[in-house]
Design a binder for this molecule. Structure first.
Ligand code: MG
Length: 282
């Protein structure tokens, strides 16, 4: 694959991504996909989706897991409901993530991604220790499928994410860097964060956002905006990706599934912007 192919976050039947036809229409060669619902994670569904991808010249670069009961309504609810952190659903979700890894293998893809949730700040707490154990067990399953797992950024500071990955001690755990999430969650300047975690970044989201009036972790959301209109600074972002040695896809994410027309338009504009910057920077 060439350096920095454009990508888009797509969905089979779940999540906020665009449908595959949007990627096809825009001539975008790679997609990350949100994992489909349990009933659709079958060999025949995988074959059908792969056939559509092949016909459109599209490569699947990562499959993201998501779970029933997750809500991003506000930051407090997100902390309570998302990922493997909530203890009541941890075991069941880890199990489901293994099934998603198996489905990802059917798609011929070597990477799964997920929001692990708000990792507890106290590294000696039982919740943190339990999360480490669960993540190790999951990663060992993922490894048997010949895969690695990428953690989405935003819910932790760069420093705490590095501590967590260090403590998990598995060679197939990496980062999907999302600069907008650092702004949306108020977890730190995205460019400074990227410099800190860059050596572990194996996939990225190209998404933009504006800081909340009072950007404090766990308080009010920032707001997601079209690429190039927010506080990330796309040129600086791409130059920093180059500086940390990142060569993988530039996957556009635009989470406005309620407005499909606008989503399609914004993704087209984003692809044009990234293509222009790529020519200037590489
Ligand atoms: Mg993202």
């Amino acid at each position: 694959m060439s350096t920095w192919p454009i990508g888009v976050f797509a969905s089979v039947d779940a999540g906020l991504g665009v449908h595959l036809d949007v990627a096809k229409e825009l001539g975008i060669p790679t997609v990350q996909v949100h994992s489909p619902h349990a009933g659709t994670r079958t060999k025949s569904a995988a074959d059908k989706f792969l056939a559509s991808c092949h016909a459109a010249g599209i490569t699947v670069t990562c499959v993201f897991g998501g779970f029933e009961g997750e809500s991003y309504a506000d930051i407090e609810i997100t902390a309570r409901t998302v990922g493997l952190v909530p203890e009541a659903t941890r075991a069941a979700r880890a199990d489901e993530m293994k099934q998603i890894s198996d489905f990802t293998k059917l798609l011929g893809c070597d990477t799964v991604g997920m929001h692990i949730g708000f990792v507890p700040s106290d590294r000696s707490s039982s919740s943190y220790r339990g999360l480490i154990e669960t993540t190790r067990d999951l990663l060992d399953h993922v490894s048997k499928n010949g895969q690695k797992m990428h953690l989405e950024t935003g819910q932790e500071t760069a420093e705490h994410l590095l501590e967590f990955i260090h403590d998990v001690e598995r060679p197939n755990l990496f980062i999907n860097f999302d600069p907008a999430n650092m702004i949306l969650y108020g977890t730190g300047n995205p460019i400074e964060a990227l410099k800190k975690v860059g050596h572990l970044v194996r996939s990225v989201h190209c998404k933009d956002a504006k800081w909340a009036a009072e950007p404090v972790r766990g308080k009010e959301w920032g707001s997601e905006v079209a690429l190039g209109e927010g506080d990330v600074g796309m040129e600086t972002y791409l130059r920093t990706l180059k500086a940390v040695g990142y060569t993988g896809p530039l996957t556009i994410e635009r989470e406005i599934a309620h407005d499909r027309e606008r989503q399609r338009r914004d993704i087209g504009t984003a692809a044009a912007l990234l293509t222009k910057l790529r020519t200037e920077i590489l």
